[in-house]
Design a protein around this ligand. Structure first.
Ligand code: NAI
Length: 267
């Protein structure tokens, strides 16, 4: 129960493969109260595994918000604070989407209007969220703000396309806003750089299975599963990590520090 008494907002639970889904379940299991949110389109998903079924299961509100729209974010924050009867302790930004990848555009022929939209959804939304939280002074002192990222921000994975730049920007926003939140409220802001994971966003990338297999063989401990990522997120929301801020934290079974692994050659 390391989150007992804490209150948080979780973005990005689309279905039961989503990393945010596992984080939401574990937050509640560890004693937190949460509000779920996602883009309005996610609320129209059919089937047994969608944000509404998760909200029912966890007995928590689910509030639609397009993370690129300040009005939506402000409404979400106001409604969450009204629900909690006070400020928020933690927030997870688990949002990513590339329009150019969706439209199969090669990196050397990207559409720049699509690119701007991808950056707005995947990175600028994080600044918009933090700025809205900042202005409303919505986060308790010693709170924790977290976003999910990928090592494609530092190294080239050609099929990751414009998401490389999107994630670089996301990580930079965490550092820059981490300064301000730290100075004012001792609030920490970090990104977790997760292994490739079989989710809707992940499988949108060309050759994703090969990607996953390569990383699995390269990493001494193997790819970190979504559930383990959720466990790491929980530790960062808990009081055990209060001085960890402005960091990009690799959660990847060791992949990020490998040069060559004979396991790959042996295959
Ligand atoms: P997912 O597809 O389940 O989650 C992506 C979420 O973004 C969805 O819930 C989607 O509805 C939401 N979203 C898209 N546009 C939005 C908008 N305008 N407003 C609000 N929400 C919006 O996939 P996954 O993998 O759980 O992705 C979560 C995060 O983890 C993303 O930031 C992703 O880049 C990151 N990540 C994923 C990896 C993977 O291999 N799956 C590896 C490393 C990081």
């Amino acid at each position: 129960m390391i989150l007992k008494g804490k209150k948080g907002i979780i973005f990005g639970a689309l279905n039961d493969m989503s990393i945010a889904w596992k984080v939401a379940e574990l937050c509640v299991a560890e004693g937190a109260e949460i509000v779920l949110t996602n883009a309005p389109v996610a609320f129209r998903m059919k089937g047994d595994s969608n944000i509404k079924t998760l909200a029912e299961k966890l007995n928590c509100p689910a509030i639609p918000a397009d993370a690129t729209r300040i009005e939506d974010l402000e409404k979400l924050i106001d409604e969450s604070m009204a629900h909690f009867g006070g400020k928020i302790d933690f927030v997870l930004h688990s949002i990513g989407m590339s329009i150019n990848i969706r439209k199969d555009k090669p990196y050397t022929d990207l559409n720049h209007d699509f690119m701007l939209k991808s950056f707005d959804i995947s990175s600028i939304s994080f600044h918009k969220l933090m700025q809205s939280l900042w202005k409303k002074e919505a986060v308790n002192d010693w709170g924790s703000i977290l976003a999910l990222t990928y090592i494609g921000a530092q190294r080239i994975f050609p099929h990751y396309s414009e998401m490389a730049e999107a994630k670089s920007m996301l990580e930079s926003f965490a550092r820059s806003f981490g300064y301000h939140f730290g100075e004012r409220n001792n609030i920490r802001v970090n990104t977790i750089s997760q292994s490739p994971t079989m989710t809707t966003a992940g499988t949108g990338i060309e050759g994703f299975q090969e990607f996953l297999d390569y990383a699995e063989n390269m990493s001494p401990i193997g790819n970190a599963p979504a559930q383990a990522c959720a466990e790491y997120c929980i530790s960062l929301f808990s009081d055990y990590t209060r001085y960890v801020t402005m960091q990009n934290l690799y959660h990847d079974g060791g992949f990020s520090n490998m040069g060559m692994n004979p396991a790959i050659l042996n295959k």
